[in-house]
Design a protein around this ligand. Structure first.
Ligand code: FES
Length: 158
């Protein structure tokens, strides 16, 4: 997809018109784009560059600096594996690898059926339950690798 193939809503377009002239506007505009599409598609970044005159390299510099910007389409169910200190020390990395292995996906990929994507996140705010994973809005704490297949299976059916 290239810049010309992507449509911005009127609201997003006017937001960009307003913020492209302001200091610090790039982060705000990227937030709006991510709100509209669920991630920042390459074509949207290119279109933003065309409209605002901000070089594409600068836009991608910001996208990669802030972990909350996503450049790939999220799955229907978003899995967040916590890699904050408490969770990391209690096996967060193993959970992350096992989750990706069960789903057969690499970082920044979505499963072929579009159902799942997996992100590493920093502290979900419930360190007492470490290691923690979240699927959509549901938190799973004191998690073991053995529990993962059963938990993930629940989400395959809805
Ligand atoms: S470090 Fe994982 S919830 Fe805080």
């Amino acid at each position: 997809m290239v810049a010309g193939d992507i449509e911005f809503s009127g609201e997003l377009q006017s937001y960009i018109d307003e913020w492209s002239k302001k200091e610090g506007g790039l982060v705000m505009m990227l937030h709006r784009i991510q709100n509209e599409f669920g991630y920042v598609p390459r074509a949207a970044a290119e279109k933003l560059s065309l409209i605002s005159g901000i070089p594409l390299a600068k836009i991608y510099g910001v996208i990669t600096f802030y972990h909350f910007f996503k450049t790939t389409k999220p799955g229907k169910h978003r899995i967040a594996v916590c890699m904050g200190t408490a969770c990391y020390l209690k096996g967060g990395q193993d959970l992350l690898e096992e989750t990706r292995s069960i789903l057969s996906i690499e970082p920044d990929e979505m499963t072929d059926d579009g159902l799942f994507s997996v992100d590493e996140v920093r502290c979900l705010g419930c360190c007492g339950l470490a290691p923690v994973m979240m699927i959509d809005n549901e938190v799973y704490g004191k998690l073991t690798k053995e529990q993962l297949p059963g938990i993930i299976a629940k989400y395959r059916s809805f």
